[in-house]
Design a protein around this ligand. Sequence first.
Ligand SMILES: Cc1cc2nc3c(=O)[nH]c(=O)nc-3n(C[C@H](O)[C@H](O)[C@H](O)COP(=O)(O)OP(=O)(O)OC[C@H]3O[C@@H](n4cnc5c(N)ncnc54)[C@H](O)[C@@H]3O)c2cc1C
Length: 442
Amino acid sequence: MPLWWNCATLMSTAAGGANSLERPRPIWERNAGERFEAGPPEGDLATELAIVGGGFTGLSTALHAAERGVAAHVFEAGEVGFGGSGRNVGLVNAGVWLPPQQVRRIMGDGPGGRLIGVLGAAPAEVFALIDRYGIRCDATRTGTIHAAHSPHGYADLRGRAAEWQRLGAPVELLDRAAAARMIGSPAFHGGLWDHRAGTLNPVAYVRGLARAAVSLGAKVSTGVRIMRIRRDGDFWRLESDAGNVKARSVVLATNAYTDGLWPGLRNSLVCCSYFQVATEPLGARGAEILPGGQGVWDTGRIMVSVRRDAAGRLLLGSMGRAGDALSRRWANAQMRRLFPDLGQVRIETAWDGAIAMTPDHLPRIHRLADGVVTPIGYNGRGVTTGTVFGRAVAEMLAGAPEADLPLPLTRPGRVWAGPVRARIYDLAFTLAQWQRGFAPRS
Ligand SMILES: Cc1cc2nc3c(=O)[nH]c(=O)nc-3n(C[C@H](O)[C@H](O)[C@H](O)COP(=O)(O)OP(=O)(O)OC[C@H]3O[C@@H](n4cnc5c(N)ncnc54)[C@H](O)[C@@H]3O)c2cc1C
């Protein structure tokens, strides 16, 4: 198996390389208000901080390191945003996947409460960064809606709402009629409207982070895969076919696209794929769909996401890979279910990406060795987590106490049969896509 085998390539073998550099491009690239061009480095070089991976985590680390005067250099195998950061839904959500009470149960009141506090405030941190650096990423700040796909899902949302409200968070439980009005769909049993949250164009955001980091003196190289990392006296030596890099510390910001660079790291995750389908711009026909600009994801076990982009397209997504005909058929069936009055709509494109899941659905910051850390395993919540963890790691490497991190440093564990489970999930998601796409018309 080649060194650059990773979760994403595992899933793409059967998909004809959907995650390769030739993959279908996310719609975000078409109307991204930010551009960012870079290329491989020329020859050997030295830096204080080497960062592997050019997504939200790597670029937030570089930006915040540069703000603190630390010389940082990002090395990205593809282009900026090639991984999950360029392929996601663009929901800027607060907290983690689990409800706050469950986070405290798993981590304990102190650390759990701290993580919830930091990530509860994370959308505000993302929006402040966007303002500070004038990032043109079509950010909306009117919240997101977690929509109930069933009465049971609504009961779950009621529990989440009560706990967030107890913590003083501005969240609002929507009854069925209110959810129908806001989403423009009769399909949901209610929703949880989080006023802290919002949406953005993720490609534009990640490119904006890169631009801002470079403006402060950080360096970003693309098209360069780091093949090996080894200790060299007081330094770390990173080897690539474009040359060697000598660095005092290293951040691996490779997440679901982690390859064999650090032995065992990819086995600490199970990766799942998530696909999205974008329609043509809907114009006046879409006026009643999400008129407030919120993004939506539902409580279903196989989650469905719904949002609009700045051009008025409808974006639908779910777990699984993008298969051209199958995903289009699935999207048409979803549109009939969710927006029965919409009629026939042309689909422009479909793409997918890999999500890094941890066994307890909580993110991690691992210390891999002295001077090498990796924030990882965001469980589908990376716009905020990547930005905040990148900032926190940069602060620590610039001298802030380790205790200031959003969560304690850990060592990677091993997930039992991770790659096999990833395959099984993928197969199950494909079957679900097929079943829903071929459901009889009502
Ligand atoms: C389809 C999809 C939808 C999602 N929706 C949302 C959402 O709406 N909201 C949300 O908050 N989160 C969402 N997520 C999750 C979020 O996108 C990720 O958590 C986030 O992008 C992770 O960012 P990152 O910078 O840590 O990693 P990535 O963006 O995945 O970047 C890792 C990078 O490392 C590079 N790399 C790997 N190995 C090497 C190497 N050896 N040398 C050089 N480079 C290397 C890869 O090329 C890749 O670009 C979604 C994810 C997917 C896939």
